[in-house]
Ligand binder design. Structure first.
Ligand code: NDP
Length: 385
């Protein structure tokens, strides 16, 4: 029996995590569940899983949460600090499934406790990779990837032979616009961008997949999770999303992890690690898949890939700025304030105008994040005007 906390329990990854937990009631005991504002879904999940505590980040929603949980004995709390406190309740496994840099402080609070952090919230590691890895070293926490690509790499990478790894190949579906000519991209709508061909995900990561910024963030995530240099990480477009990523060793052997595109597989791997647990998803039928295709990504139509690699190579505050500006630009796109092609332009512009010193603490990362957001918001306003 493992104790478990799910941060971002009402989202796409959070819901898949709860599905697995509820199918294995003897394997997990829920400590805390958190959400931003979706009290109905949060309370329902807390009641079903008999969680000890439910936390809503938006304090205005706390009275509604209290009402929904009245008489259940489940503690209710509200506010950002309460989310971080829930993360620090000492669960064996904390699933970090909040979207965006908003998940950074709670993820760090869990790391400080020294348990296992199952990380879906890639933005946290992109913004604060060095700071988070230092905290992991200090506390003895275990950081496990939930992102399907990084789970694949983790499963293929023999830690005892880290020095014998020559390359990591991150696969990318290419998103819904992989075949769309650049001149047609200007008119892309939010509804088109969130309709991913292979995966069902939250709105923000769906847009990131459409711009391929998601793969850029994953490049930076991989760099912080695995013992390789940035130039050893290659991105290959593989439209079927069957091979989730690969590891090449010095002898030329390439190990890959395959499966149907169902987030419950990588989530289950992190929950059960070092064991494995059954999942209900569809099994891989290679005959039905028929063929696997690979191609180089198009850097011209997907400039986010170049921006992310440059940010990784420059290091310091650059990845945090990249991430913050992207969050602002994606939000503005989803609200219809700027066009699809403006997303990467706003990120590039923000990176050009802001070059602070490398942040060496959590608070310093959050300062960079705040300032980059303000600058990116100005760029959004310039474009709306
Ligand atoms: P969703 O948008 O579906 O869910 C986000 C979750 O975070 C919700 O529970 C939401 O609460 C909560 N949340 C949002 N803002 C805040 C905030 N300011 N403070 C506290 N909680 C907040 O996202 P996904 O599940 O798609 O993605 C979550 C993370 O996992 C992202 O970092 C994404 O990149 C990563 N990921 C997702 C995959 C997927 O398949 N979806 C695959 C791999 C990685 P509420 O519901 O109340 O708004």
């Amino acid at each position: 029996m493992k104790t478990i906390t799910v941060l971002g329990a009402t989202g796409s990854v959070g819901t898949s995590t709860l599905d697995l937990i509820e199918r294995s009631p003897d394997a997990f005991r829920v400590v805390a569940l958190t959400a931003n504002s979706d009290v109905e879904r949060l309370a329902s999940a807390a009641l079903r899983t008999r969680a000890r505590r439910a936390v809503v980040a938006d304090e205005a929603r706390l009275p509604a949460l209290r009402d929904a949980l009245a008489g259940s004995g489940i503690e209710a709390a509200g506010g950002d600090a309460a989310v971080a406190e829930a993360a620090a309740m000492g669960a064996d496994v904390t699933v970090a499934a909040i979207v965006g840099c908003a998940g950074l402080r709670p993820a760090m609070a869990a790391v400080e406790q020294g348990g296992t952090l199952a990380l879906a919230n890639k933005e946290a590691l992109v913004s604060a990779g060095d700071v988070m890895n230092a905290a992991v070293q200090r506390s003895g926490a275990t950081l496990l990837p939930v992102d399907s690509e990084h789970s694949a790499i983790f499963q293929c990478l023999d830690a005892r032979l880290a020095g014998r790894v020559s390359r990591i190949v991150l696969t990318a579906s290419g998103g819904p616009f992989r075949d769309r000519p650049l001149e047609d991209m200007r008119a892309i709508t939010p509804a088109q961008a969130v309709a991913h061909p292979n995966w069902s995900m939250g709105a923000k990561i769906s847009v990131d997949s459409a711009t391929m910024m998601n793969k850029g963030l994953e490049l930076i995530e991989a760099y912080h999770l695995f013992p390789v240099a940035s130039e050893q990480i290659e991105i290959v477009v593989h439209r079927q999303s069957v091979i989730h990523s690969m590891v090449e060793y010095v002898d030329g052997s390439v190990l890959a992890q395959l499966g149907t595109p169902d987030m419950r597989t990588p989530i289950a791997y992190a929950l059960a690690w070092p064991d494995r647990m059954a999942t209900p998803g569809e099994r891989l039928d290679l005959v039905r898949v028929g063929r696997l295709d690979f191609e180089a990504p198009d850097q011209e139509r997907f400039p986010a890939l170049r921006l992310a690699r440059e940010a990784l190579e420059a290091g310091g505050a650059r990845p945090a700025i990249l991430n913050a500006a992207n969050e602002v630009a994606v939000d503005a796109f989803l609200k219809g304030r700027v066009g699809y092609l403006e997303i990467a332009a706003i990120v590039a512009d923000t990176l050009e105008r802001f070059d602070p010193l490398a942040p060496s603490s959590l608070d310093a990362v959050l300062d960079v994040d705040r300032e980059a957001r303000a600058l990116a918001e100005e760029r959004v306003k310039d474009r709306v005007a």
